[in-house]
Design a protein around this ligand. Sequence first.
Ligand code: ATP
Ligand code: MG
Length: 247
Amino acid sequence: MSVQTKPQTEPPALALTDVRSGYEQATVLRGVSLRVPPSSVVALLGANGAGKTTLLKTIAGFIEASDGKIAMEGVPLTGLKPHVRRRRGLCYIPEGRGIFRSLSVRENLALQAPSGNERRAVELAVEAFPALASRMSQLAGTLSGGEQQMLAMAQAYVVQPRVLLVDEASLGLAPKIVDAIFEFLVSVNQRGTAVLLVDQFVSRALQLASYAYVLRQGEIVHAGPAAEIDESDIVEQYLGDGTGQQG
Ligand SMILES: Nc1ncnc2c1ncn2[C@@H]1O[C@H](COP(=O)(O)OP(=O)(O)OP(=O)(O)O)[C@@H](O)[C@H]1O
Ligand SMILES: [Mg+2]
């Protein structure tokens, strides 16, 4: 029997080093560094406008960083288009779900699936969210908000990504659906996917995560093990309003 020696330090699932990014009119991220260890869940917290969505879009490749490095499992993603990053195992579930409203649930799942696996995708999606089973022929735009979010999340089960980026998955959903979404994230993570999670439910995000970063005005202002973060301190100091200032 051969003994496999593991490299002593596995590269992080995701590593950002001094990333600057933003829009034509304005730089939003001003040198962000963060790490998502292999198979871990990391929470990204921050007030409205702090730059959380901009950060996830930059990692996914929808905005190209103007400076700094982004690497997945040690391999730089610089210059790669979103679909190439996706093929390499990076799955991004945007706020607002990013599903095709005028296509059926089945068609959406087929598009999420690696080619040749369209049928399997339907089975896996139903395994993840049984409520989708009876909705396959329905237009995605006519699903309830919770069902739409399940459809969007299902791809994280179907493609088994190396890294999952989730932006505000629980926004506007009933508590029972929010529970289902968080349970789902646990199961995805247990299958080996590393998760970078943005969610308005700070306490739930901290429960799920092993580590957390707080972003304020495009800079990381706090980082530490999730268990050591005092939620009310963080809310008071950084999450109160759009500027992160008190008042
Ligand atoms: N397409 C855009 N063009 C120009 N500025 C933008 C664009 N999208 C976002 N911004 C600005 O970038 C900053 C960061 O926005 P971003 O959406 O990343 O924040 P966020 O932390 O996700 O906030 P929220 O919690 O409200 O979702 C804000 O000042 C926002 O107005
Ligand atoms: Mg956002």
